[in-house]
Design a protein. Sequence first.
Length: 542
Amino acid sequence: MLGLMQNWPLLISKVIDHAASQFGNQEIVSRLVEGTIHRETYQTMRGRALQLAKSLTVSGIKNGDRIATLAWNTHRHLELWYGITGLGAIYHTVNPRLFDDQIIYIINHAEDRLLFLDLTFVPLVERIAPKLTTIERFVILTDAAHMPQTTLKNAIAYEDYIAQSDSDFVWAVFDENTAAGLCYTSGTTGNPKGVLYSHRSNVLHAMAHVAPDFFNISSHDSVMPVVPLFHANSWSLGFSAPMVGARLVMPGAKLDGPSLHELLENERVTMTAAVPTVWLALLDHLNRTQGKLTTLKRVAIGGSACPRAMTEAFEKHYGVTVAHAWGMTEMSPLGSFCSIKPDLAGLDDDALYSLKMKQGFPAFTVEMKITDDKGTPLPHDGKTFGRLKVRGPAVARHYYGYENENMLDDAGFFDTGDVATIDPHGYMHITDRSKDVIKSGGEWISSIKLENLAIAHPCVAEAAVIGVAHPKWDERPLLIIVRKKDAVLERDEILHFFEGKIAKWWMPDDVVFIDEIPHTATGKIQKTALRDMFANHRLPRA
Ligand code: AMP
C-alpha cells in the first residue's frame, strides 16, 4: 500500500523559490572579477535565474542539454546553477585549474552546448576554442561596459544575454531523478570521469548537511563558500545556504589571505569552508598582521587532511570552531563531519584535538564500512585500517558515459580509494589514499599522519611524505618540507621533533627541503609529481 501524501518532486527550483519567498531580502554579496562588490537579494537572484532560463530556451537549450561554466564563486555563477537546472538542463562546472588538454577533453566528452566564462578565463578559452567541438556560443560573465575584444564565437556579455528576456518564465517540472549537474573528477586513473548529480541527490544532500552536527547554518548566518562552485558543488553550499535563507558572501577570484580576511570582516561572515591550503594563507596573514576574526564562528575544513596545528590555531587563537570534513566529488561531495557527539563531551584538551584530527561521522543519507582487499568487513575498533566504502542516495553509481561499468560492490557500496579506520563511536579517520600509503616490510605507514606531525613544527609551512623504493623494506618514507619564510630548520631537528610521537619504524628515512610543493587542480598535494621528482632519490641507509 502506498502512502497518501502529495508527490512533490525534489527539484532544485524549489530551493530558490523558498529562498526568495521566505528570505527574499537576504543578501548575496559577491566580489566581482571586475573588482567591485556586488549586492543582490534572493528575490533578485530568482528573477535573474528565470530571465536566464528563458534566454536559454530562446537559444534552443532543452531538458538534458549540458552547459559548461568556467567561473569563480559569484552571484552570476549561482544564477547559472538555478537558471540552467530550472529548465531541466545540466550545469557542468569545469575546473579552470586543470590542464588545457583535460579541459578540452571534458567539455567535448560532456558535449556542452554553451560555455559561460569569467573575464579571467577569456585568454584560456580563446587558446582552446578551436578544439571545443560542441560549443555553439560563449557567454562572458560581465556587462557590456567590461566586455573585452575577443575572438570567441558569438561572444556576448552575460548581462546582455539575460536582458533578452523578462522573468516571466515557469520552472519546468519533471522527475526528481533528472540530471542536474555534472562535475569531472581526475581522482581516478586515466581520463577524468564525470559525476552526474540529480535534482533529488542535490536536494537530499543539502538537506542532510545543513543539520546542527554538520554545516549547522541558518538564516542567522553569513556563509562564505571559499571552496569553489567548480570543485565538487562547493560542498553543496550553493544549495544549502539558500535552503535555510543564509546570507551568502561569494569571494570571486581573490582567494589570498588579505582578500579573504577583508571580506570575512567587512561582510561579518559567521561560517566558511575551504581546503587547508586556503586557511594556511589566511592564518599566515593573520599572524603577520596581528589580525583578528571578530565575527567568524565556524570553519569547515576538508578536501585534504586538516592538520592539528591548524585546528588548534583557529580554535585557541581566534575562537573559531573547526569542523573537519571529508568527502569526494562522487559523494556530492560530503561524506562526514567531525563534530562532538554527546557521549564524548568533556574530553581533555589533548584527547579533544586528537579526536578533531579524525574526519568524523556521516550524516543521515551516508553509510560507511571498511573492508580488506577481498571485501571482508573489518572491525570498527579505531585501529584496523581498511578500504573505505560508502553508499547513499547522493553517492554516484556510474560515471557519465560509463553506464555499463559497475563501480559498486554487491551491497551497493562505492570504494572511495581512501584507507581509513572507524572507531567504536563511529568516527572515521583517513590514514591515506590507497595509492599513497607507504608499504614498509608488509606493514602500512600513514603518510597523512607524518605530514600532520611535521606541519605542527613552527618552522614548517607545508609538508608531504611519499614512499621511496628501498631494497629491504620495499618502501620507506621520505619527508619533503617547505620551510616558513626566513625559518631555519635542518634535517636532524625535524627528525628529533618526531621522536616519541610515532613508532620508531615510522620515522622518515630522509628529509628534503624544497621551495614549493606542487598541488593538483583541487588544491591537494600532488603526490604523483613528488614521486616523479624523487624517483631516483637515494635514502641515506638504503
Ligand atoms: P575530490 O573528489 O577532489 O574532492 O577528492 C576526494 C578525495 O580527497 C578523498 O577521496 C580523499 O582522499 C581526499 N579528502 C577529502 N577530504 C579529506 C580530509 N578531510 N582528509 C583527508 N583526505 C581528504
